[in-house]
Design a protein around this ligand. Structure first.
Ligand code: C2O
Ligand code: CU
Ligand code: CU
Length: 535
């Protein structure tokens, strides 16, 4: 297996993990039809993915190998058509258990890969499911509880693109060519030369890398022409939140158009200048370079922002968000220690530098991520369609509400005072129910990227948002542009309450179980996750 992985032949552009700092920019690696992140469309045929170690990529590096149509891939971008049957065998060539989760896909428990079924070293597991999702950018990553962060950071993840009619219509309306003018950007921060070894502080704040890789490339640039480009962006960092924006080299903001996110295309395009992208979230953006001048460089950056990790707050400062303080706690069914909730992080982590392992790039510090060098002039006259897709929403009128509180107690991040227990489902939902979930984060907390398996949801409102977030609202419900459309992961800032609407309809004969968790992978592995049973 190791030989097969080594034989895949990494493009030089995908850059080894052990390289040291080098000021020279490298050409962005853009996935093709083979190799690293290469697009692989099984079109109903059976496919085998092999998870294994890849010594060529440094200590602890892991890869997903595949062979299809005479081509070899690693971490293939799976291209699936809506309605197609996916038949995928996972072979575990690691020396520890694993399982692959299809993040964002509406599948049954058996195919969800949520960690309730594990594949032992040397064993295999067969997935078989119909693709029920809308067109959009989804992804896959390992989900063995307690080892999700290590295996994902190691590199066992890839993109999963679902295509449908709206997707095809958009491409033809805008004359987009995949790999040329439609470019995926897979962002992962790394600590070069080291295997995953989180400190105690990392386990509380999340594991932050010191430098960003874009499709595996450090400090990348890409040459572009004077036309419209589409970027489909995945935040595959374990824990880092990004505040994405395009700027000219003189620092002026350069607007873009948001056309999609986690669950596919928005109903209509939304002009933007900035978008927060938390771990596991995706955005789909158009950049109009028609008026750019040859020789210009535009830069995709993450802007400076207050990470709101609330270090140093005292336990007494911890309170529930004001509007939510009278709401009943969720029916978790067990007696819990409410008084212990909302405590500040332990003094040891609050007073020592919390990010000392990634001191060169603390959370919220700005960074250039990708240079777009305008190099050629072309004629381009297409207009962005004002209607992109039909987006269903959850009608909250008759929905029952469930409340969740995110807080830190007794050394761990918790949901409703609880930590995860395999096989236990504190959240019991009736089949077909429409529910609203009010996710409340304490003031003395940090942002949490809350993710639900199995169902896309609608973000209905943000309440008591921190000022910096409220300032970005695009509607009276306090929502951000990135909250529109369908979502599977939503970032909840300290002191904030986010209300989401979910339709728990599913076509499976029996009750199914899923996970609801923070996608900061250190928080997830630490137990910030609850089982969900849907009747
Ligand atoms: Cu992307 Cu349960 O995860
Ligand atoms: Cu998921
Ligand atoms: Cu979290």
């Amino acid at each position: 297996m190791l030989q097969a992985l080594a034989a895949i032949g990494w493009a030089a552009a995908t850059d080894s993990f052990g390289s040291t700092s080098d000021a020279r920019a490298q050409r962005l690696y853009i996935p093709g039809n083979a190799g690293y992140l290469g697009r692989l469309a099984p079109r109903g045929t059976a496919l085998t993915l092999t998870a294994g170690a890849s010594a060529a990529h440094g200590q602890g590096a892991l890869r997903v190998a595949a062979r299809h149509g005479g081509r070899q891939y690693s971490n293939p971008t799976l291209v699936l058509q809506q309605g197609e049957r996916a038949r995928i065998t996972l072979v575990n060539a690691l020396d520890e258990p694993t399982i692959v989760h299809w993040h964002g896909l509406a599948v049954d428990t058996r195919n969800d890969g949520n960690g309730s079924i594990l594949v032992a070293p040397g064993e295999r597991f067969d997935y078989d499911f119909p693709v029920r999702n809308r067109g959009g950018m989804y992804w896959y990553h390992p989900h063995p509880h307690g080892r999700t962060a290590a295996q994902t950071y190691g590199g066992l993840f890839g993109v999963l693109m679902v295509e449908d009619d709206d997707e095809r219509a958009l491409r033809s309306a805008l004359d987009l060519a995949v790999g040329i003018t439609e470019i995926p950007l897979v962002l992962q921060d790394r600590r070069p030369g080291t295997a995953y070894a989180p400190s105690a502080a990392d386990m509380i704040h999340g594991f932050l890398g010191e430098e960003m890789r874009v499709n595996g490339t450090r400090q990348p640039y890409v040459d572009v022409a004077t036309r419209l480009y589409r970027f489909r962006i995945l935040n595959a960092c374990n824990a880092r939140t990004l505040s994405l924006a395009f700027r000219t080299t003189s620092g002026a903001s350069f607007p873009f158009t948001l056309i999609g996110n986690d669950g596919g295309l928005l109903a209509s395009p939304v002009p933007c200048t900035q978008a927060f992208l938390a771990t596991a979230e995706r955005i789909d953006v158009l950049l109009d370079l028609r008026d750019a001048v040859i020789g210009d460089t535009l830069r995709l950056e993450t802007l400076a922002f207050d990470p709101m990790h609330a270090e140093g707050v005292t336990a007494t400062a911890a309170t529930a968000p004001a509007t939510a303080s009278t709401a009943a706690p969720a029916t978790t069914g067990t007696a819990v220690d409410h008084a212990a909730m909302g405590h500040a992080m332990p003094a040891a982590t609050a007073t020592t530098a919390p990010h000392n392992d990634a001191a060169s790039w603390p959370e919220g510090a700005p960074r250039a991520l990708l240079d777009l060098r305008v190099r050629s002039r072309v004629a381009y006259r297409r207009q962005v369609p004002q209607s992109l897709s039909t987006v269903s929403t959850t009608d909250p009128t008759n929905a029952s509400e469930r409340a969740f509180r995110l807080g830190f107690a007794k050394g761990r991040w918790r949901i409703n005072d609880r930590v995860f227990e395999m096989g236990v489902t504190p959240i019991e939902v009736a089949r077909g129910a429409a529910e609203t979930w009010l996710i409340r984060n304490y003031h003395s907390s940090m942002p949490h990227a809350m993710h639900l398996h199995g169902f896309q949801f609608t973000v209905l409102a943000r309440e008591t948002s921190p000022e910096a977030i409220a300032a970005l609202a695009v509607d009276a419900q306090g929502r951000l542009a990135t909250d529109l459309g369908r979502k599977d992961t939503v970032l909840v800032w300290p002191g904030e309450s986010v209300r989401i609407g979910i339709d728990f309809r599913h076509p499976y004969p029996d009750a199914q179980t899923y996970m609801f968790h923070c996608h900061n992978l250190e928080h997830e592995d630490g137990g910030m996750m609850l089982g969900v049973s849907v009747g």
